[in-house]
Write a protein that binds this ligand. Structure first.
Ligand code: NAD
Length: 392
């Protein structure tokens, strides 16, 4: 099959196995080029197949030779249809890890379910004994509560009042205004239910009660805080409420598992192009302007640079610097006043005509294509490839 990108709105509905392998290998090479990190040996990554979770897995494995157990929710390929990118990324990760003699196993299914937690615990008991690091990196539009069976949908809405802002329509390539209606209390509660800290706490409770958390275990969930330009749709919006709930959960975990000397952190990361962030209104425009400014200033970073920095400088430091909410901060270069001021100047001026000059949409779009294995120079996109690539 010759595989070309099929883009529908903010998503690409297919993926290229050879390109996904190139993408994973690029991240592996980056980590190998940086040197070893002080990460412990047995690592569980929940949300391991794309974005920040995949970068975490790669950093643990290739920066510290860690054994990695991953959980993701991806679609397998068929003869006629490609798999999702996360499936191919996982296959490529397994191939590279096995070649390097590293233990890795991945379970594909719903991380929010009790069954998945039980399967993971059985695997830890059989293969690894105990886990030293739990990365919680899920991004999902919905969650089924394992107790009630109710399904909740998260919403991306402002809170309190309507919000009118500029946005970039990636399918029509137009900068235009959009008005977002405010969330109801149900919208807020549902978003907290999906993207808040409850499931992270359920994972940690299941692992602790089964005796598979090592003493001095660490865990982190990821957040985005941003600044004034994104607060109305992110930090101070429904998703921001869910992220505040992660702060609550981290404090609760630290209090509850003192006997294990557990350290739970929320880590704040910079905005990058991932499947999750492309779906958020305003983000393609904000990220394009931010990329242009940060590339000009020589401080641009992508997923792997952010996660390598987190592992190398903060997560395993004895007394890491924490912000007022006790979070680890990898986003301070993006959120400092100088960079934000420069993004704001461009934000006020940007329109469809000058967007290519003021923003780095080219860079944004290339990163977007690469999420699905497209846009790599070394890949022959005219070649016939077998979509049925597996990792099991
Ligand atoms: P992503 O879409 O690239 O990755 C999501 C991962 O979750 C994938 O591995 C997917 O398979 C998995 N997943 C989703 N639903 C699942 C389910 N029900 N069961 C099992 N696995 C499931 O997202 P991302 O952008 O890397 O986001 C990860 C975390 O990082 C999120 O908490 C997000 O808020 C945070 N973050 C993202 C950004 C950004 O700019 N993208 C910035 C800061 C923080």
């Amino acid at each position: 099959m010759v595989i070309k990108p099929k883009i529908r709105g903010f998503i690409c509905t297919n993926a290229h196995p050879v390109g996904c392998e190139a993408s994973v290998n690029e991240q592996i090479e980056y980590v190998k080029g940086q040197g070893q990190v002080d990460c412990p040996k047995n690592v569980l990554v929940i949300g391991c197949s794309t974005g920040y979770g995949l970068a975490s897995r790669i950093t643990a494995a290739f920066g510290a030779q860690a054994n990695t157990l991953g959980v993701c929710f991806e679609k397998e390929p068929s003869e006629k249809k490609t798999a999702t990118a996360g499936w191919y990324n996982t296959a490529a990760f397994h191939k590279a890890a096995k070649d390097a003699g590293l233990y890795c196993k991945t379970l594909n299914g719903d991380a929010f379910s009790n069954e998945m937690k039980e399967q993971v615990i059985d695997l830890i008991k059989n293969d690894l004994g105990k886990i030293d690091l739990v990365i919680y990196s899920l991004a999902s539009p919905r969650r089924t509560d394992p107790v009630s069976g109710n399904t909740y949908n998260s919403q991306l809405k402002p809170i309190g009042k309507q919000y009118t802002t500029k946005t970039f329509d990636t399918s029509k390539e137009l900068v235009h205004e959009v008005t977002l209606e405010p969330a109801t209390q149900d919208d807020i509660d549902n978003t907290v239910k999906v993207m808040g800290g409850e499931d992270w706490e359920l994972w940690m409770a299941a692992l602790a009660e089964s005796g598979v958390l090592a003493d001095n275990c660490k865990t982190t969930a990821y957040t985005y805080i941003g600044k004034e330009l994104t607060w109305p749709i992110y930090g101070h919006a429904t998703i921001g409420k869910a992220k505040e709930d992660l702060d609550r959960a981290a404090a609760a975990l630290n209090a509850k598992y003192q006997d294990l000397n557990l350290a739970a952190y929320v880590s704040s990361l910079k905005a990058v192009v991932t499947q999750a962030s492309s779906a958020i209104p305003v983000m393609p425009l904000y990220i394009s302007l931010m990329f242009k400014v940060m590339k000009e200033e020589g401080c641009h970073e992508g997923v792997i640079e952010q996660i390598y920095g987190l592992f190398d400088n903060l997560l395993f430091a004895e007394n890491p610097p924490l912000d007022e909410a006790r979070r680890l901060r990898m986003d301070t270069v993006e959120t400092n006043d100088d960079i934000q001021g420069k993004i704001k100047q461009r934000w006020d001026l940007v329109n469809t005509e000058n967007f290519a000059e003021l923003g780095d949409y080219k860079g944004y779009h290339l990163d977007f294509l690469k999420l699905f294995g497209f846009g790599f120079e070394q890949v022959d996109y005219e070649a016939d490839v077998d979509p049925q690539v597996n990792w099991i």
